[in-house]
Design a protein around this ligand. Structure first.
Ligand code: DON
Length: 315
């Protein structure tokens, strides 16, 4: 069916089918390398859609707050695209897929000492170093959380326990940050940049907030619910291309081949999916596959896409 002719009833019915399919999916495990995440209830499942006409529909645990984790990379990428422009982001970080896990050190070395993209750990730490104003941790934090609030349409609190849990165990990210410093890819104080990255990963979001943020990106940077322009249409497209390229890390190609839907995952179990001109989707279910992507979240988004004929490659 033509996606611009979708009725709310069709979307609702497809969501119910996708939710049921996701609920029946098995497999995966909570992220265990961050103690807080290991203890989240693995049976939680939330699915939310926000259409570009501003209608929002939700099922299950769509208002349950969880750790945004790597989906935070989308928000900081949006911020530095806005603060520095797309050319500076490409030159200082890159806009390429790595084909490797999210915390790969090998990727940095293979890519000529480049962080590759703001959507893997290396590029996200580098992105945190680029957020202005340099050297001012409080003002940088306010800029990051401000972008979250603008895109999500509501405040995003910090989960203190998750922040402490991540800070105590982020040894690989510390290595990445110092390696990038050596390669001239950290543009502010190293510890400050790493701490900003760790803190942004520890923000709480809901599937509903992710759907709304995704819908704003899908709607050319303008919030479909309050009409605020958060990003220009050009930056919304650039951000979507980054999500498309590497949103699911080493399985980004498989995901895109299967669904044709640009999407970004986090090890908290969240997925933010952008269907340009049509809708944003937020999904949440903690158990992850080997690449760190929510098993039931993927099932929900893929089934919804299939049910409604959503695919960015159909023109
Ligand atoms: O850097 C980390 O290890 C986490 N804070 C975030 C990783 C993550 O969410 C990867 N995505 N699926």
């Amino acid at each position: 069916m033509p996606v611009d002719k979708l009725t709310h009833n069709q979307v609702e019915a497809a969501m119910e089918r996708a939710f049921a399919q996701a609920k029946a999916a098995t497999g995966g495990e909570n992220a265990h390398y961050i103690p807080y995440l290991a203890n989240v209830d693995p049976s939680l499942l939330g699915l939310s859609v926000c259409l570009v006409d501003g209608t929002c529909l939700s099922l299950g645990d769509a208002t349950h707050p969880f750790g945004v984790e790597s989906i935070s990379k989308v928000f900081t990428a949006a911020l530095i695209l806005k603060q520095l422009g797309p050319e500076a982001v490409r030159e200082k970080i890159g806009a390429d897929a790595t084909g490797l896990p999210f915390n790969s050190i090998m990727a940095i070395i293979l890519e000529n000492h480049s962080p590759s993209t703001p959507l893997v750990n290396a590029g996200a730490i580098s992105a945190c170093s680029l957020v202005g104003p340099a050297g001012d941790a409080d003002a940088k934090w306010a800029a990051v959380t401000g972008m979250f609030e603008d895109l999500c349409g509501s405040p995003v609190p910090l989960i203190d326990e998750l922040y402490r849990s991540e800070s105590a165990t982020n040894f690989d990210n510390r290595s990445i940050a110092w390696l990038l410093k050596d390669y001239g890819r950290i543009y502010d104080d190293v510890d400050l940049s790493l701490d900003l990255y760790t803190r942004q990963c520890s923000l709480a979001v809901t599937a509903e907030q992710l759907a709304r943020a995704a819908a704003t990106i899908a709607n050319g940077g303008v919030s479909p619910t309050d009409g605020c322009e958060v990003l220009s249409a050009d930056l919304a497209r650039k951000l979507t291309s980054l999500i498309c390229t590497v949103g699911f890390y080493q399985s980004a190609g498989d995901w895109l081949y299967r669904t044709g839907i640009p999407a970004k995952s986090g090890v908290g179990g969240g997925i933010l999916a952008v269907v340009p001109g049509v809708m944003g989707i937020g999904a949440f279910a903690p158990p992850l596959d080997a690449a760190g992507n929510s098993v039931r979240g993927q099932e929900a988004v893929a089934a919804l896409g299939e049910g409604l004929g959503l695919n960015v490659f159909q023109g």
